[in-house]
Design a protein around this ligand. Structure first.
Ligand SMILES: [Mn+2]
Length: 253
């Protein structure tokens, strides 16, 4: 169906600008560097109503999960800041709620680094029972941090763009998507060229370079191991990308 007629190019409202950042996974160093670049980029453009969206998976794998959460909670003074929930935050919250089964999986998933970043003693992380680890983590995390994490949005829309951690299930209206899919979906979403009601901007699935398709834009460039944390800028019909290795790079109309 697509291609048989011309669709209007996706756009934001007049005077609006958006930035979105892919999976940070505990790399506060990269997040700080990228936020500096985005602040300059925003300042170099005409004044706009700017929104900054973090696409989830702030935590796990990298060394500074707690600092990344702190930074995301603080937000920035040059844009409205929105953080979305990723599957890693969802797992962490379930672990905090006492899911001992999930804890084993989470530790192999990068959760060990997260516990250490919150100041849980290495001896407990390595030798504690599951119940002890969960208790220590509950003790280490503040009520404010936990509340903030539990209230993260699962999706956010601006103009013709829909921001979500993992993706959406093709053929289902955006408002009817399940949070399970929003946080976890892979192949059925990635392999589909079907148009959704909006362009889906997402992280979750690692790719070496930004993946810019007709129906979706993937931004997870595997920052925790590659050192490349990627952001997109969107204004009107224009899109551009900025990352921690190449800096402000390609501008695509
Ligand atoms: Mn991820």
């Amino acid at each position: 169906m697509f291609g048989m007629f011309r669709r209007p190019a996706p756009t934001l409202g007049a005077g609006e600008r958006a930035y979105a950042i892919g999976d940070v996974h505990g790399r506060h160093d990269l997040l700080a560097a990228l936020l500096d670049m985005l602040r300059s980029d925003n300042a170099s453009r005409p004044k706009a109503d700017t929104t900054l969206i973090m696409l989830g998976d702030l935590i796990d794998r990298g060394p500074d999960s707690r600092k990344v959460v702190e930074r995301a909670r603080q937000g920035v003074d040059w844009a409205r800041s929105i953080s979305l929930m990723g599957n890693h935050e969802a797992i962490m919250l379930d672990v905090l709620d006492g899911d001992t089964e999930l804890l084993g999986r989470w530790l192999r998933f990068g959760g060990e680094e997260t516990l250490l970043s919150w100041g849980v003693a290495p001896s407990i992380v390595q030798q504690g029972t599951r119940a002890e680890i969960i208790e220590a983590f509950n003790h280490a995390i503040t009520r404010d941090e936990r509340t903030w994490l539990s209230r993260l949005r699962k999706h956010y829309r601006i103009g013709d763009y829909y921001f979500v951690h993992a993706g959406v299930r093709p053929g289902i209206a955006l408002r009817n998507q399940s949070d399970e899919d929003r946080l976890w979906i892979r192949d059925e979403f990635l392999e589909s060229s079907k148009m959704h009601e909006a362009i889906i901007v997402h992280g979750h699935s690692i790719i070496p370079e930004v993946e810019e398709k007709q129906n979706r834009i993937g931004l997870d460039t595997g920052a925790y191991s590659t050192g490349r944390l990627t952001a997109i800028g969107i204004e009107g019909r224009e899109r551009w990308f900025i990352d921690t290795i190449d800096g402000p790079a390609s501008t695509k109309a």
